[in-house]
Every structure is written in C-alpha cells, then in structure tokens.
Design a protein around this ligand. Structure first.
Ligand code: ASP
Length: 596
C-alpha cells in the first residue's frame, strides 16, 4: 500500500468534476462504489463525499506498476487514482452530476482493503435498523445520510450567522450541572470527589441562560446538547440538540420576531421556501377551539365545529350524555367525503378510538338529505348547525366525536382532522404551515398524580392580567409562553420569565413546593433575581427535529450522526455498559439489582 499518500495529494472532489475539467490530470481518492468489467476495460464508479465519477482502467493507458488492477478494484476498497478527465466515450449518464465525463486512469494505488460489507452503500437500503446502527460508520457512507449531515452543518452555520448578526453572544453553559426541570427525568453523574452527590446533565440550559441575563449578557444563544431520561418514543433521543436563546428587555413579540428571522433564513436557504413574516399567531384557546390540539397543522383549512350546546337536547344519547356531563360534541366537515366507503369510515372510527372516544358518528349529505345511521337523530337544531356553521353541501361527509371529558373529545377530533389532512391529501406535499401558538395555560393537573404541574416550566411568567388568579385559581392562569408549530409539529417554544423573585416564589407555591424545597432547589435563582434581574425571555428550538423537517425525513435518527435506539442504547459502541468494580468503589457506589 506504499507511500502513495505522502507522494500524491488528492487534487479534486470526484463528484464536482465536469466538462470544464476536460483534459486535466487529476488525483482522486475515495471508495470503489461499483465495478463493471467489460473484458478489455474495467469501469469503476469512484465515490467520495461529493459524489461519484466513472473511472476507466484500460491496460493500454496504465503506467507499469506492481499492482494487479483487477485485484485492487473491489467494492469499498479505498484507492487513489491518477488520470485524465475526458468526455465519456460511451453515452452520457444523465442521472449523475459527472455523467458527461470520465477519468482515463493512468495509475492506481490501493490505500486500504475492505471486508465484504454487511450491506450495500446505496441510496435505499433494506438492512435492518439494528444492523445499520451497529455499522453506523458504513451506514453513514450512504449518500442520503451524508447529505443530511451536510444540510445539518449548513443549518447550524445559518443559525449562528443569524444570531451573531443580531448582536447575540454564543455562550457555553455547563454539562455537569444541577437539575433543571423540563418535565423529564434527569441523567445523573456521580461525583467522585463528593461521594453520594450527583450532577444532573442539563435537560436544557434554562437556568444558566436566565442567569446570563442577570449577568448583563442581554442576548445569548447556544447550539447545545440536552439530556432527558424519558421512555423514548420513536422520534425522541435521550440526548438531543437545541438552539437555545435568551434575551433581556423583551416582550413575547420581540422573541418571536427574532425566531421568525431565523426560520425564514433556514427555509429560504435550504428549502427555497419564502416564509411570509411575521408568522401568524393564534392563542392556545383558539387553537384548541379550531383544531382540537395545541400543535395544529395549518397547511389546510378544515376546522372543528362545537355542537355541544345544540347536542344537549338531542335524542342521540351519545351526544346528549357528553353534553350534559360537561364534555364536548365536535364535528368536522369533509368536503366531497360522501363517496367514502363504509370500510374507509370504519378505519377512521378505529383511528379515533385510539384517542379514547367510544366511536365516530357520521352522516352523509346526499340529494338534499342527511343519510347514514345517525341521520335519524338529526333534529331541526342539529340540521341547522350542520347546514349553517358546518357548511354541509351535497356530497359532503360530516363526522362527529363526543366525550364527557373535553380534552378527550378535542384531542380525538383534532387528531382526526390532522389524519384526514394527510389521508385525503388536503395540502400540497411541499407546503409548509407555520403558526405560533401563544398564551398557553400556566399550569395543568398531572392526571396520574393529580398534582399541579407547569405546562412550560416553572420559570415562565404569567400574563400580567392573570396574576391575581395565581393564588386563587391557578389553573385559569395563562402564561406568556409561545410555541412554534410547523406542519403540526412543535419545533420550538419559550416564554417570558419571572424576573420578580416574589412572583417566582408564588409560582413555586402554586406548584406545591414548600419554601425549604424551593430554596434548596432554586435558591441560587431566587437570589440572582433579587439583584436587579432585567425583564427577560427566550425560547429553544429542537434542532434535530428542525433539521429533519428541512431534510424532509420523518426519521429523526437520519439527521443525527450517532443516534441511540428507543432503549437509549448505542449499538455500535455498546453503551451503556457495565463498569469496573474499582471505578464503582472510587465513586462510593455499590450496585443492587432487583431480586438480589
Ligand atoms: N428551556 C425551554 C425548553 O427546553 C425553552 C425555553 O423556555 O427557552 O423547552
């Protein structure tokens, strides 16, 4: 394998060669993607990060050397080639950037061999996810994954340029830190110097970025890693990257305007999309009313109709019971949906049932009449709403969900709406729908523990007009919080914070946190707020999710170089793994397993 790499330098990127380079002598280095032996000549596709180029090995062109060309040209072997760029002798390949040219090789050096591959390096792949993750370094050779990493790097550069241009300072915050509640479990790191004590890995740099405002930094951002120990859904990772932002002397609109600018630049540069600014805002209440969910897909218009009042007097028990018991009856109009088959409607019924409602009621509007199993319950009042507010016309299908728990009915109807949007193709596949959802509730009841919890996090400021409700009616308090939603996915969120230590203490009280606990956990924050903390607020974006939307993949792992499985494991390095007894002893830790 010789001293070739010292003597020759890679002169060009394979995928960037073209007719402009005709006649040039080039040195290429990369992997052998494919070999076609045509008897007299061997044709090779040589791949490097930039793409592929065809190289022709013809014995007549090659300088004499010790190397047996046919043995060196094997898939995924690493080679260096010197040769001349010429127009293709055969037909141009329109599917290849470099399809009009080829390299006539004059010298070859084998830089390294490869075992036979566990899977092919191709755009599409049929190997299992487990195999791909075990050999992630080979999976990452595949062009779509390389493109995703390249786009990710470009996105990070655009983000930095944007914030730097707006006078923000990038500040790094600690990874070995103290717990910051974002609603998940902490990853803990044991301290050796203080056995029995633990650092928490940051769920976000929330408290540090607020302290940086007290410190007078005024405009902070960071692209940083965060850690949350949750039971993982398919699209979550235990460690993930955030674009984290905090600003002083701002109201919600100022923070959203800065974020708007970043979004417009990212989608403009990387997707060629002209994002109309400002991105529209709707209140949380309105989002729930119109769309049933706080992350609405605004790529299409269909909205929910609330029939609860009308349904109170209905002879259809499903409706009247839900209405009488404080629940909701919600309807959706599917234009032209009357042609849907029974099977399709049954599938929609099965879909809504997964959200906890008993079923799906429906009527079709055909030949000036309502038809279907529920039509007989359509009294004059319901007909009036159906024809009026729901806008039923001949050929439409009307769908209804009812439940005595409002959130169950809303979520089921909202998810059904989003599902119909996808299923019926109610928007252009390349459309993007951005919306800010603002004025979230400050608190919610955790259904499992029945305890009051912060919807965003406890450092969020209430709307000033709702402050009096903090002690009397906390669940009615709205927050100065905002989420950015694109295509029905939340990609970022934040809030104005409490800069008044007194208000912050009242929030800890509302959360049922005693004075001592508040002091122990957040004493440093309360203390900092008492030394002239400026009004401040910020937000954070989930960078992995944002990049996956820019790339156009649903799989968040595709935009992360070394992702973990849903069991939070790295199949390639085998992390997490056991450690030495000696290491544990140093940390003062002894292990006890369930069942010991
Ligand atoms: N710390 C919040 C989060 O990680 C974002 C913010 O409030 O700025 O979701």
């Amino acid at each position: 394998m010789g001293r070739f790499i010292e003597e020759w330098k890679k002169s060009h990127w394979a995928g960037r060669l073209g007719t402009k380079d005709e006649g040039q002598t080039v040195v290429l280095m990369g992997w052998i993607d494919a070999v076609r032996d045509h008897g007299g000549a061997i044709f090779v596709d040589l791949r490097d990060r930039s793409g592929l180029v065809q190289v022709v090995f013809d014995a007549a062109d090659l300088e004499p050397s010790a190397i047996d060309v046919s043995k060196a040209l094997r898939q995924e072997y690493v080679v260096a080639v010197r040769g001349m760029v010429r127009r293709r002798s055969g037909k141009p390949n329109p599917n290849l950037e470099t399809g009009e040219i080829e390299i006539r090789a004059t010298a070859l050096s084998l830089l390294n061999r490869s075992e036979s591959m566990p899977f092919q390096v191709t755009d599409t792949i049929d190997a299992s996810e487990a195999t791909r993750l075990t050999y992630r370094y080979l999976d990452l050779r595949r062009p779509p994954l390389q493109q995703a990493l390249i786009l990710r790097a470009k996105a990070a550069a655009i983000v930095r340029e944007h914030f730097n241009g707006e006078d923000f300072i990038e500040v790094e915050t600690p990874v070995l830190s103290k717990s910051t509640p974002e609603g998940a479990r902490d990853y803990l790191v044991p301290s050796r110097i203080q056995p029995g004590s633990f650092y928490a890995l940051p769920q976000s740099p929330q408290l540090y970025k607020q302290l940086l405002q007290v410190a007078g930094i005024e405009r902070y951002y960071q692209i940083c890693r965060c850690f949350r120990d949750e039971d993982l859904r398919a699209d979550r990772q235990p460690e993930f990257t955030q674009i984290d932002v905090e600003m002083s002397f701002v109201a919600p609109d100022d923070v959203m305007a800065i974020a708007d600018g970043m979004i417009a630049k990212l989608f403009g540069a990387l997707r060629g999309v002209d994002v109309l600014l400002p991105i529209p805002k709707i209140s949380y209440d309105e989002a729930i009313r119109r769309y049933g969910v706080d992350n609405p897909d605004v790529r299409f218009d269909m909205t929910l109709c609330d029939l609860t009042d009308t349904a109170k007097s209905s002879s259809f028990k499903v409706f009247s019971n839900a209405a009488a018991n404080g629940g909701r009856v919600l309807g959706l109009t599917v234009e032209g949906g009357a042609q849907m088959s029974r099977k399709e409607i049954d599938a929609l019924t099965a879909f809504v049932k997964t959200y906890g409602v008993g079923g799906l009621a429906w009527v079709k509007r055909q030949e000036g009449q309502f038809k279907g199993p529920v039509a007989k319950f359509f009294d004059a009042a319901l007909e009036q709403v159906a024809l009026g507010e729901m806008g039923a016309r001949d050929g439409d299908l009307l769908l209804f969900v009812a439940d005595s728990t409002p959130t169950v009915a809303q979520t089921a109807a909202g998810r059904l709406r989003a599902h119909l949007g996808q299923h019926l193709g109610l928007f252009k596949p390349d459309a993007f729908g951005f919306v800010w959802v603002v004025d979230f509730p400050m608190f919610e009841k955790d259904p499992e523990t029945n305890r009051t919890a912060a919807v965003h996090h406890p450092f969020t400021a209430p709307l000033p007009e709702d402050l009096p409700l903090l002690d009397t009616d906390p669940l009615e308090v709205r927050a100065r919080a905002y989420d950015l939603v694109v295509n029905g996915q939340e990609i970022g969120g934040g809030s104005i914070r409490n800069c008044d230590p007194e208000v912050q203490s009242r929030i800890f009280d509302a959360l049922g946190m005693g004075k001592d606990e508040a002091k122990e956990k957040f004493g440093f924050l309360l203390s900092a707020l008492s030394y002239g903390a400026p009004p401040h607020g910020g937000l954070a974006f989930g960078f992995d999710r944002l990049v996956s939307i820019l790339v156009g993949t649903d799989v968040i792992r595709d935009v992360i170089a070394f992702p973990k499985t849903t069991r939070a494991a790295c199949l390639m390095t085998d992390a997490p793994s056991r450690v030495d007894a000696a290491q544990l002893a140093e940390l003062g830790i002894s292990l006890k397993f369930k069942g010991d």
